[in-house]
Design a protein around this ligand. Structure first.
Ligand code: HPA
Length: 269
């Protein structure tokens, strides 16, 4: 059923696009402005896509933006669907299935996340080299770190490292822990995530990583560490801080992602 939905959604989007995207990018909280970097933009609002729900989170504007970066056709999603909003995992991953049906080869998944590492800084960007499912939806057992192919292909991670190095962008690397939300985690949960090997805590992306791998897409995950995770600092967390830090990091984020897109175009990834 969901594959039919994805096909119908893709058919509707396809008729509105002047070309076929090769790379998709899902923009996380505070990072949606990145779409403004695409040349010759064409937008499709989520309301015009069959089977798409409307996003409910402030900072998530519901539209797709198609355009080019250094000539490479890209489709960007401003606004994603979260499991904590009450959507099924099928709905959460519908955009990834749609992009696969539009013919994209690679997908860049971005998010805002809480920083679990004491020595790192707010606003740091982190390449996702592995993930942990800390939702306990599938199992009550301690989650294990999933890394390597097909979820975190070393080829794309290397490409991102090179782009960062060449452009003087300092990036972290680490494990993203998917937490249920919508509340921020407790300090005890954050301590456990750190003990399990996590570096960042967030409420999205892992279902999208899984669906993208299933669809045979190459995935690159990037987190913007917008705040210290619960219990790591005295002040309480809030969503505004997440959006504000995301906006402050947006120029570095844009340079990194535009560099990655440029290389993807050159290297036919
Ligand atoms: N926890 C979970 N998700 C988040 C956080 C956090 O601290 N910051 C941004 N998204």
């Amino acid at each position: 059923m969901i594959l039919t939905f994805a096909e119908e959604a893709a058919a509707a989007v396809r008729t509105r696009l002047p070309g076929s995207p090769r790379v998709a990018i899902i923009l996380g909280s505070g990072l949606a402005d990145f779409a403004g970097n695409l040349a010759d933009p064409v937008t499709v609002s989520y309301g015009d896509i069959p089977h798409y729900p409307q996003p409910t989170v402030p900072g998530h504007v519901g539209r797709l933006v198609y355009g080019t970066a250094d000539g490479l056709p890209v489709i960007a999603a401003r606004g994603r669907f979260h499991y904590y909003e009450g959507h099924s995992l099928e709905t959460v991953t519908l955009p990834v299935r749609l992009f696969a049906r539009l013919g994209v080869e690679s997908i860049i998944l971005t998010n805002a996340a809480g920083c679990v590492c004491p020595g790192w800084n707010e606003g740091d960007l982190m390449l996702i080299t592995g993930h942990l499912d800390y939702t306990f939806i599938e199992s009550a057992a301690d989650p294990e770190i999933i890394s390597g192919e097909p979820y975190h292909p070393p080829q794309l991670l290397d490409l991102a490292r090179q782009v960062a190095g060449e452009n003087g962008i300092s990036i972290r690397e680490g494990v993203y822990a998917w937490c249920l939300g919508p509340a921020f985690e407790t300090p005890a949960e954050i301590r456990e995530i750190r003990a399990l090997g996590g570096h960042a805590a967030g409420m999205s992306t892992v279902p999208e990583i899984r669906a993208a791998a299933e669809e045979g897409l190459k995935v690159l995950g990037i987190s913007c560490l917008t705040n210290y995770a619960a219990g790591m600092r005295d002040q309480p967390l809030n969503h505004k801080e997440v959006l504000d830090t995301g906006r402050r990091a947006k120029d570095t984020f844009a340079r990194l992602v535009l560099g990655v897109l440029e290389r993807m175009g050159i290297e036919e990834l």
